[in-house]
Design a protein around this ligand. Structure first.
Ligand code: C5P
Length: 219
């Protein structure tokens, strides 16, 4: 298929952070910019894929030429992902919040003059990657990410098995690496066959290499 090996293939990409409401005007978030997920969606599009890009409130604009589904919470992302299946492949690059606020207020919380602060109760969010990996209409190839700060390969290999995905792109996000929020990434691709270290490169180049591998795997 020349330069468009993913022509006619449907690929799902999740990206960005999620926001978990505390009340109608406040939320809990994380520092994901959506840069790596956005680059992956663009690289898959460039290989001809039909990309559904399911994104939390990222600071980066979504790429052109993909179907964008904007969500806020992990629960909404899960619903959107499930609704977007079937797909030939799924790449879960979103930084999904592990918990949501179970006692979020229906109205803006107010100071009551007592000097006591409110207590938030947290409940676990669904694991989208694990759910998709075990879905009846599971994509042929499911790729997850693992941001680790120690024992990167051991932790990521265990995560691959626990979540039931095919590949994990693992990276070391220790502050010294400068990767979190930076423009470069240094990843290890973990598959059933083992671990493959990629040299440190720009996030766009990581995305192009991953998209090429996905195209190979789907051929
Ligand atoms: O368990 P951990 O959050 O480190 O796993 C990271 C991988 O799992 C990423 O691919 C992320 O997109 C995915 N994930 C998910 N749903 C969650 C938590 C993580 O899809 N609730």
């Amino acid at each position: 298929a020349g330069g468009r090996p993913l022509q006619g293939r449907h690929v799902l990409v999740t990206s960005g952070p999620t926001h978990e409401p505390i009340d109608p005007v406040r939320y809990i978030a994380n520092r994901s910019s959506g840069a790596q997920g956005t680059a992956i969606a663009a690289a898959l599009r460039d290989l001809g894929a039909n990309v559904t890009f399911i994104t939390g409130p990222a600071t980066m604009p979504p790429p052109a030429g993909v179907t964008v589904i904007a969500v806020e919470t992990a629960a909404q992302m899960m619903t959107a992902v499930t609704a977007a299946l079937p797909a030939d492949a799924a790449v879960m690059a979103a930084a999904v919040a592990d918990w949501h606020v179970a006692n979020a207020g229906a109205q803006k919380m107010k100071k009551d003059g007592s000097g006591r602060a409110p207590a938030l109760d947290f409940a676990e969010n669904p694991d989208i990657l694990a759910t998709v990996s075990r879905a009846a209409d599971r994509p042929r190839l499911v790729v997850g990410f693992a941001a680790e700060t120690e024992n990167v390969i051991d932790h990521a290999s265990a995560k691959r098995l626990r979540k039931g995905c095919d590949w994990i792109l693992a990276n070391d996000v220790s502050p010294a690496t400068g990767i979190m929020g930076g423009s470069e990434n240094a990843v290890t691709l973990i598959t059933a066959d083992g671990a493959e270290d990629w040299p440190r490169m720009g996030k766009a180049e990581v995305a192009r290499r991953l998209a090429a591998r996905i195209a190979e795997a789907l051929t």
